[in-house]
Design a protein around this ligand. Structure first.
Ligand code: MG
Ligand code: ZN
Length: 224
């Protein structure tokens, strides 16, 4: 069927571009994180906090994927990171080609860590590799406990889940264990980090994970 073929070609082209991106970043010794979530989960606030905390020790760049605006990019740029904005013009995910273009305009050698803030959407971003080292998702406790079961592809494709806004657990009468159980039912290997980007609670574990991964990436770049 023609439509199937077209989709296959699109995915093949994406895979090739993702491979090229991954190679470029490996050579430059950059640890790249694809950050995914539904809209409003707090990705940008987490990035702001992270840049404040790690700005002095890690050289961080950000690719901001957004449908139409540059509001998130401006927030992140105010934190002193190099930011490249991608407006998808309404497209609901980033693909490896647009990330490739963004990488071309960046000083890769000058960075250790790259965040790619994907478009807020729990469906198709999971299907498009960008060349990232790891996929991290943000799940806000305000989204309830049924997201993992409803969007299993996204939850299975990520290695870390930042469960955000835990300062609201009490108001919501929710238990973090319940959220964690639902995630593990879909992805038993998920690393779950409960955080509040607002109060800072739990954020140190996230920073430590980033430090370790950045160090590991640097080492293998030096060896190569
Ligand atoms: Mg955002
Ligand atoms: Zn999409």
């Amino acid at each position: 069927m023609v439509t199937v073929k077209l989709m296959e070609n699109v995915m093949k082209a994406n895979e090739a571009a993702a491979e090229a991106n991954a190679r470029r970043m490996e050579e430059a010794g950059i640890f790249a994180v694809d950050m995914m979530s539904s809209p409003g989960s707090g990705k940008t606030t987490i990035l702001e906090r992270t840049l404040d905390a790690l700005g002095g020790e890690l050289r961080t760049a950000v690719i901001e994927g957004d449908l139409y605006t540059s509001r998130d990019a401006e927030r992140v740029e105010a934190r002193g990171a190099q930011v490249v904005q991608i407006n998808t013009g309404g497209a609901c995910h980033l693909d490896a080609k647009v990330v490739q273009q963004a990488l071309e305009s960046m000083d890769l050698q000058g960075h250790d860590l790259l965040f790619i803030e994907n478009v807020g959407n729990l469906i198709c971003p999971a299907g498009y590799r960008l060349g990232e080292s790891e996929r991290v998702m943000v799940l806000s406790v305000t989204e309830g406990v049924d997201k993992p079961e409803k969007y299993p592809a996204m939850f299975r494709s990520c290695s870390v889940a930042l469960v955000n806004k835990i300062d609201l657990l009490e108001v919501l009468e929710m238990d973090i264990r319940e959220v964690a159980d639902e995630i593990r039912r879909v992805n038993p290997r998920m690393k779950i980090l409960p955080v509040s980007a607002r109060t800072g609670e739990g954020m140190e574990a996230w920073y430590e994970w980033l430090r370790v991964e950045v160090r590991r990436t640097r080492k293998s770049a030096v060896r190569a």
